[in-house]
Ligand binder design. Structure first.
Ligand SMILES: C[C@H](O)[C@H](O)[C@H]1CNC2=NC(N)=NC(=O)C2=N1
Length: 115
């Protein structure tokens, strides 16, 4: 089975199904550091990444932004001194799609590459 981080996002339409609870449980195994939160009624994946300073946090933020643009799938990113909080969800379906788990795995990979 191809690892999540190696998979590309699929084109997602507004009638795409959200992941089921069973799919969510399975996919979460590949991104164990991410929590599922519900904000404004929409399920999202969220994780806070720690850094030694603002400049490193900024570099990571830009790497995640580049990943997002390349896949046309975009997160919410909060950039703070020493910390970047990333949230992935699919706006057009108002919840979680497999794409969000793929991008969370890719985000983890970008972080690991900076350590
Ligand atoms: C028009 C554009 O392709 C769409 O709005 C894309 C852009 N990036 C996106 N990102 C996310 N996270 N969810 C979306 O539904 C989404 N849709």
């Amino acid at each position: 089975m191809t690892q999540l981080k190696q998979q590309a996002c699929e084109a997602c339409s507004s009638d795409a199904p959200r992941v089921s609870d069973a799919e969510k449980a399975e996919l979460q195994k590949d991104v164990p550091d991410w929590e599922v939160v519900t904000l404004d009624g929409e399920e999202q994946l969220r994780h806070a990444f720690k850094f030694r300073n603002f400049a490193e946090a900024q570099t990571f933020t830009n790497k995640v932004a580049d990943l997002a643009e390349a896949e046309n799938h975009h997160p919410a990113i909060l950039l703070e001194w020493g910390k970047v909080t990333v949230r992935w969800w699919t706006h057009k379906i108002g919840g979680l799609h497999k794409n969000d788990f793929i991008m969370a795995a890719r985000t983890d990979e970008a972080y690991k590459a900076m350590q």
